[in-house]
Design a protein around this ligand. Structure first.
Ligand code: SF4
Length: 135
């Protein structure tokens, strides 16, 4: 089974209420070969919501509110939902403070990026899940 960031699978779960649908990934979910999850929504964050970015170990939204615990909770809930499956890989949305892998936004809300992983990605790496990214 493949794990996919839900916004890539067509769910309108991004902070701005939009998706980033990729036709091939939508089809994987429709064929039952992939599971789509949005860890931010699973952390009980509303959609739409203020954008958030990582500041080291913290995650702050654009109003300066600390949403770190919601991110940690959402990542754990997402993992709990899929941990019994044989997850061969995850395909995650680039640059996100939750799903980004390798690069993430730098916390300035300016569009600048730094090296780093999202909170869910860190957890998946701890579980040795191979990760690919899509933009
Ligand atoms: S990048 Fe991840 S957390 Fe953000 S909207 Fe997409 S699935 Fe949800």
């Amino acid at each position: 089974m493949i794990l996919i960031s839900a916004c890539l699978a067509g769910e309108k779960c991004r902070y701005d209420g939009r998706d980033k649908a990729k036709t091939d990934l939508v089809e994987l979910v429709e064929m039952g070969q992939a599971i789509a999850l949005c860890p931010e929504e699973l952390g009980c964050m509303p959609t739409p919501r203020e954008p958030a970015e990582r500041h080291g170990e913290q995650v702050l939204n654009s109003k300066g509110r600390d949403v770190t615990q919601s991110f940690i909770d959402g990542a754990k809930v997402a993992w709990d939902l899929v941990k019994e499956e044989r997850i061969e890989k995850a395909i995650l949305k680039t640059n996100s403070p939750m799903c980004g892998c390798g690069t993430i936004y730098d916390g300035s809300f300016s569009g600048s990026k730094i090296k780093g992983d999202g909170v869910f990605t860190e957890l998946l790496k701890e579980k040795n899940i191979p990760i690919e990214t899509r933009d």
